[in-house]
Design a protein around this ligand. Structure first.
Ligand code: 4AD
Ligand code: MG
Length: 478
């Protein structure tokens, strides 16, 4: 008999019809009621067993974690908590699960930290089931948003010879023998003998290649893994994360901000509609977590309220210079409550500053523009003041920076000059500069950190809990 998913069973009218369902046992009580989950929805489905029909030997094998297949009749349920249930006629154990050894006993609720150590099993919990269904919906919504607008999904390389951000935070890719690498005349490693005949690394961003695409297809977006060897052990950094990078010809910074804001609202709204049960569940989880925190650290809004608020209100838009003024003059700074005091123009904003602007001052998402050029990447368009660039960062409550982008420097001379100032290898990036030589145009783009978006929508406090297998310093398990 063909299997019906639990999500579909819940939509059916129970009339005693025979159905088959398969899934993992969440709980088994009174030797009679099995709560079965197959991941298609947050909800478990109740299976009722008739002890005589099932037999003692089989009963023992129905333990939490076991995988079973049940065929039986779909009936309206007498009990509380569910509208339908299946009265089992036939049961087959597809995979036994030793209850003594199974680490996910529901009795004592496992902590998120512990679940990270058994990340191969954590999908089986309500929390992670919900998180990864929401993650899937957000990815789908991103593709839908850009496709509705006629953007072309472009795949940029994972292995590359260039450092798109110029920040030197790359993982090397090599097939050279690290014990005994070939050396050149100067005694340095000779990468001419490496697999690609040159030094290569994992990409930190697909932007430069994305710009090439936009200079022909007008509007493109990438959605792929990116890698950063920055030694940041925080709740918002991963060494391997997924980034969405749209790049648009003929867009200036305002167009760039408009589409970024529209996209964020679109995908959040989409998830709120499609995954309302999951998000309701995650909201309750987040609320309980908030209660553990001291009063002054608690978020003012619950998860649902925060999500609805973000899609219904315009994001605040201010320049870096205005932000510095706000921060410099705020009581928090005057009372020296920031770890890093804000005393002068030009400093890089710390996450405590970003969060102050978003959570305390504006109380909504904020787009900061026109940063000092010294703290931003080489490709950003220079303003006439010679001090700032057409950058934009979008800051979200509880997250900080979720998007980083800019209008690009399309003027060849200015770009080359900036690359020289930053000591970047102009020769090696000749292919990139060709876009400025052969029919260049004003253009802009941004990068959205996908895990930070998933964090925002699920209310999960640690970025390691929104990617199936997190990669962080000293951790590449599974
Ligand atoms: O601000 P970033 O470094 O910008 C770029 O890479 C540009 N090339 C994007 C572009 O204009 N096409 O990164 C963009 C976003 C950040 O705002 C953040 O959300 C996320 O990527 N991000 C990370 N997410 C998780 N872990 C990390 N280590 C991240 N680094 C950046
Ligand atoms: Mg950034």
């Amino acid at each position: 008999m063909k299997r019906t998913k639990i999500s579909a069973l819940l939509q059916m009218i129970p009339q005693g019809q025979m159905v088959n369902l398969k899934g993992w046992v969440r709980s088994f009580r009174n030797n009679q009621f099995v709560a079965l989950n197959d991941g298609s929805t947050l909800h478990n489905f109740q299976v009722v067993l008739n002890m005589k029909a099932v037999g003692e030997g089989m009963l023992k094998r129905i333990t939490s974690g076991a995988c079973i297949s049940v065929t039986g009749s779909l009936l309206a349920s007498q009990g509380k908590g569910q509208s339908a249930e299946v009265m089992a006629k036939e049961i087959e154990v597809l995979g036994d699960c030793d209850p003594e050894k199974y680490p996910l006993q529901l009795k004592n609720r496992p902590s998120l930290e512990y679940l990270r150590e058994i990340a191969h099993l954590r999908f089986r919990t309500n929390t992670f089931g919900a998180v990864f269904r929401v993650r899937n919906t957000l990815a789908y919504a991103v593709h839908q948003f850009f496709n509705e607008k006629g953007f072309v999904y472009l795949n940029t390389p994972v292995i590359t010879a260039s450092d798109a951000e110029g920040a030197g935070e790359m993982f090397r890719v090599t097939t050279l023998n690290i014990k005994n690498p070939p050396l050149n005349e100067n005694g340095e490693i000779d990468f001419r003998e490496d697999f690609f005949g040159r030094s290569t690394n994992l990409t930190v961003s697909g932007q430069l290649e994305g710009e090439l695409g936009a200079m022909a297809l007008s509007e493109i977006y990438t959605f792929g893994p990116t890698f950063r060897a920055e030694n940041s052990n925080t709740t918002r950094h991963l060494a391997e994360f997924w980034m969405i990078e749209p790049e648009m010809a003929f867009y200036d910074l305002n167009d760039n901000m408009d589409i970024a804001e529209e996209m964020l609202k679109y995908v959040i709204k989409y998830a709120l509609e499609k995954n309302n049960h999951d998000i309701d569940f995650l909201a309750k989880r987040a609320e309980e977590e908030e209660k553990q925190k001291p009063q002054q650290e608690r978020a003012e809004m619950g998860l649902l309220e925060k999500l609805k608020f973000s899609v219904e209100h315009d994001f605040a838009r201010i320049t870096y210079t205005e932000a510095i003024e706000i921060l410099r003059n705020c009581n928090h700074n005057k009372k020296k409550k920031f770890q890093y005091l804000v005393d002068s123009w030009g400093i890089d904003l710390q996450s405590e500053h970003e969060r102050y602007l978003v959570e305390k001052h504006f109380k909504k998402p904020v787009i900061l523009t026109d940063y000092p050029k010294a703290i931003k990447a080489f490709y950003m368009r220079q303003n006439d003041d010679e001090k700032t660039v057409r950058a934009m960062d979008i800051l979200f409550p509880g997250i900080g920076e979720i998007v980083g982008g800019s209008q690009r420097e399309e003027r060849l001379e200015k770009l080359e000059q900036r690359m020289r100032e930053c000591n970047l290898p102009i020769q090696e990036l000749n292919w990139y500069l060709d876009t400025r030589r052969f029919g260049g145009c004003p253009h802009a783009g941004f990068g959205l950190g996908f895990e930070r978006l998933v964090q925002f929508v699920t209310g999960m406090g640690n970025i390691r809990d929104v990617i199936p297998f997190p990669r962080t310093p000293k951790n590449a398990e599974f």
